[in-house]
Ligand binder design. Structure first.
Ligand code: PLP
Length: 478
């Protein structure tokens, strides 16, 4: 399988060649040259497979440059009941992504049972094992530099901890993450993990990462890499649970389901789009945003009006506080019939801070062929939905999942009640205790094994927002 860039001006590469990089050299994102199709016979054969075996079946279609036995070992090592053990009481951790039925035809697909209690573990844990494998084969090492507002950074650290050839330098805004999130990240004892708290906002952390990465000499000398959400391997790993959820929620491969996905960078729902392109019987991909509703506007109107980072609303579903969804370019590439010249034209505008408008183009009519619908959710909606889930279904859900459920319920009111709806659970409530207290007037439940992690010793370097100081810190340790 070869990968091509959405901008059409980069060489086609194999999976392992795009694994460690970020953007394609032409500024685009890599995508498979063609989406592998899953035949009806394959779907039938996959229906009863345990998670790791299903993951291998899906991933071997995308990863053709790792020997089959090695890929199987990597996948088996990733998707274990031990790693995804933080499931709700009474659930079977061996299911990896258990399905909870809220009411007939409405389900919660639990993707947050990994070490950091957010769905990002589903892909990041695989990425950790893939990175280690490819680096070892090539005799290389990497120093991952990232910025996080909470979920991505911890998922990256737990995936990379103790991995040979990998160090992680993670910037976070000092004092801005929840106490639980700080404890998760800063209590890691591993020698290859470095936490740097910046006395500034998340955007400033991101600016520092950009400044360091733009220093080509420093980047090359210190082998700086990233694990950001445009990484194709992350999207690929996320495709698997769309298949798994489908099999769990249906009795036969004649049925269809819909998925509701709390969206930020469009990574999660992009995987759903690819699963559908592969032939998974998906009726709707229901995209949910919070107050940052750029994508909702696009799917309703055909106008894409990304906002400047500084105009991003700070909300109570912070992992969706994104105004320029990086993976969205992958979807638009498919929407315009994979015409890279059109993508270049659109992103010329986006990169200048402008919008693009599909109205009056043939692509606007094609939008409806791609199964997307969308909706948005506010702080009040979030609180009401957390209460509704708790009172009606006895399920405590986190604020992001609540955005997904809110939009799913609104959509179901419009019809298609006969089609099972799977709401993707993207984090556990304990990560966002403040909003749970506001909604329910009680403390969130947490996995027993994580009781008291706030009391563990923490390791973090606090610094001013100064790229030179961050560079010096990295240089002294690599
Ligand atoms: C990252 C994240 C999201 C958004 O996912 P994308 O792939 O960026 O669309 C939603 N909810 C939670 C809890 C997250 O951590």
């Amino acid at each position: 399988m070869k990968y091509v860039s959405t901008r059409g001006q980069a060489p086609a590469l194999e999976f392992c060649d795009i694994l460690l990089g970020g953007l394609a050299p032409d500024g685009g994102l890599y995508l498979p040259e063609v989406y592998p199709r899953v035949s009806r016979a394959e779907l039938d054969a996959w229906r009863e497979l345990p998670y790791a075996t299903l993951a291998l079946r899906v991933l071997e279609k995308f990863i053709t440059d790792i020997p089959a036995g090695d890929l199987k070992a990597l996948v088996d090592r990733t998707y274990t009941a031990q790693t995804y053990r933080y499931c709700r009481p009474g659930r079977d951790a061996a299911d990896i992504t258990p399905l909870t039925t809220l009411e007939p035809g409405l389900h919660l697909l639990e993707l947050s049972n990994g070490p950091t209690l957010a769905f990002k573990d589903m892909a990041m844990q695989l990425l950790g094992n893939l990175f280690e494998y490819v680096l070892e084969k090539r005799g290389e090492t990497i120093n991952i530099l990232g910025a996080t507002s909470g979920d991505t950074g911890s998922a990256a650290e737990y995936a990379m901890r103790g991995k040979h050839g990998v160090r992680v330098f993670m910037l976070s805004p000092h004092g801005k993450m929840s106490e639980f999130q700080r404890a998760q990240m800063y209590s890691l004892p591993d020698a290859n993990i470095f936490n740097i708290a910046i006395r500034a906002m998340f955007d400033d952390c991101q600016d520092i990462v950009k400044a360091v990465s733009n220093d080509a000499a420093f980047k090359a000398k210190h082998r700086i890499g990233a694990v950001n959400s445009i990484n194709w391997a992350r999207v690929a790993a996320q495709i698997v649970y769309y298949f798994k959820g489908y099999f769990e929620a249906t009795h036969s491969n004649d049925e269809e389901v819909s998925f509701a996905v709390p969206s930020g960078n469009f990574g999660n729902i992009c995987a759903g789009h690819v699963a559908r392109m592969m032939g998974l019987p998906v009726r709707r991909l229901v995209l949910a945003t919070n107050e940052n509703d750029v994508l909702d506007e696009f799917f309703r109107s055909g106008v894409y009006r990304p906002r400047a980072t500084r105009e991003t609303h700070v909300t109570s579903s912070p992992s969706m506080d994104i105004s320029r969804a990086s993976n969205f370019e992958r979807f638009v590439f498919d929407l315009v019939g994979r015409d890279a010249a059109v993508v270049r034209k659109f992103w010329d505008k986006v990169d200048r801070g402008d919008s693009f408008d599909l109205r009056g183009t043939p692509y606007h009519a094609r939008l409806s062929e791609f199964a997307f619908v969308s909706g948005t959710s506010s702080h009040a909606d979030r609180l009401a939905t957390i209460r509704h889930a708790w009172e009606e279904y006895g399920a405590m859900i986190d604020p992001h999942t609540a955005d997904g459920l809110k939009v799913a319920l609104a959509y179901r009111e419009l019809g298609e009640k006969g089609v099972p709806m799977l709401v993707l659970e993207t984090a556990q409530p304990v990560k966002f205790a403040e909003t749970i207290r506001e909604a329910l007037g009680r403390e969130p439940t947490r996995p027993e094994a994580l009781e008291g992690i706030e009391a563990l010793p923490q390791r973090v370097e606090v610094m001013d927002a100064d790229a030179a100081a961050v560079k010096a810190f990295i240089a002294a340790r690599t």
